[in-house]
Design a protein around this ligand. Sequence first.
Ligand code: FAD
Length: 467
Amino acid sequence: MSNINDTPSANEVSQALARALGESRISLDPARLSGHAGDWSEAKRLTPALMVYPRTPQEVAAALAVCTRLKQRIVVQGGLTGLAGGATPRGGEVALSLSKLNAIEDLDTVGGTVRIQAGVVLEALQQRVEQENWSFPLDLGARGSCHVGGNAATNAGGNRVIRFGTMREMVLGLEVALPDGRLLSMLNRVKKNTTGIDLKHLFIGSEGALGVITRLDLKLSPKPTSACTALCALPDFEAATRLVRELQRALPALSAFELMWSDYLTAAAEATALRRPFEDDHPVYVLVETLGVNDLSDREALEGELGKALETGIVCDVIVAQSVDDTQRLWAYREAIGELLGTLKPFAAFDIGIPMPRMGEFVAHVGQELRQRFPHQMHLFFGHIGDGNLHVLSGPHVSATNLHAIEQIVYGATADAGGCISAEHGIGVIKKDFLHLSRNAEELAVMRNLKALFDPGNILNAGRIFG
Ligand code: FAD
């Protein structure tokens, strides 16, 4: 096991962790270790030196204290669905999994809040609160595996940001284990709280660089009782910008506006063996969803607005889901990203933010350049366009040089368009060479100061975000 100042041996570390947490919390089993070798990104997979599975927040804090004392590097792992390589172990690291901290501790059905441990899987939380007529509206394709602690660490976005915001907007309070072994409670169940500096925001979206999230207080929304979904075919991207404006103005229940360019829809239909939704091919498709309380009036409102859009030519064709099966089928095109990440490996995947007025031109220009330079690969454009978040998936690319060339093209154009290099997946190891394109030197210096303040030994998630 390598370590910062070549002090502890593998034995020393595992014995110290076993003494602090108990033997049962440590594993050196090769099969277990290989299951923790990496996330969904193309970061190089590496088995950790050993696994730690704490069962309480106090045990997380104790593990960090041991690692700080022994100068042993440690990586935090949630559900390992990340796409930036942040949870993928680097040489000699111990991996700490939150998977055993998975209790939903207290559901407040009066105020609409819930206190959970960080390893609760997103879908399990969604289902539990729905039993009590509440909803946790964060939603993303990895819902069946990602942890809510991981969602907070990455400030996850997903399909419903247009209505409910990112994870940051849903977190009321946090508890965090710090590298020095302190358990910092910022737990808070009240929705308004202006008592000094709101420290929890330092930990949301900082990808485990400053501390390990152990528990969360979350804000819930009333459970919707009606959901309407439609897939629209559009003549161009400009029509999509007009449609989103119209729908946001007319439909307060609008909860998703997911854009797919033609090549994405074709690849998604192939990957899922679904029929193409429309007879004709169209340049752009939009999946629209409303979540409300009245099936009949919500459907009438959506159909009314889409009818107007058909008349004015903003929309060329539309399918409105008539059943739960229809709804699932329409969403399946968008959710095919899970399959596409598998079939296009090795891929370059991007989650950039582009100002809406520049988006159409960006896709046309970058698409053309990628197709010219790499004619044998697929280059798919799609995203949560209601909030300016564009995804690009390009692959398969066998050569690392190609992957780097594609990153240069996409991130260069992103910076030129005044966008950001990550709108929701984070920086991890995959994007750290490009962070300077989205953050200025002063911002980077303050980030490094914060890292040094919380983790002076640089033991926690070292080498992520800023190298
Ligand atoms: P991990 O992958 O385990 O870790 C991610 C980062 O957070 C790492 O740096 C890790 O060290 C850190 N971390 C994890 N848990 C903690 C903790 N408790 N405390 C401190 N640090 C921690 N993301 C979106 O935002 N929107 C999407 O729409 C979306 N769709 C996806 C679809 C698919 C098919 C896949 C595979 C991924 C998708 N993602 C999406 C990416 C991913 O699901 C999110 O980034 C998710 O929030 C990661 O959670 P996780 O528990 O899997 O974290």
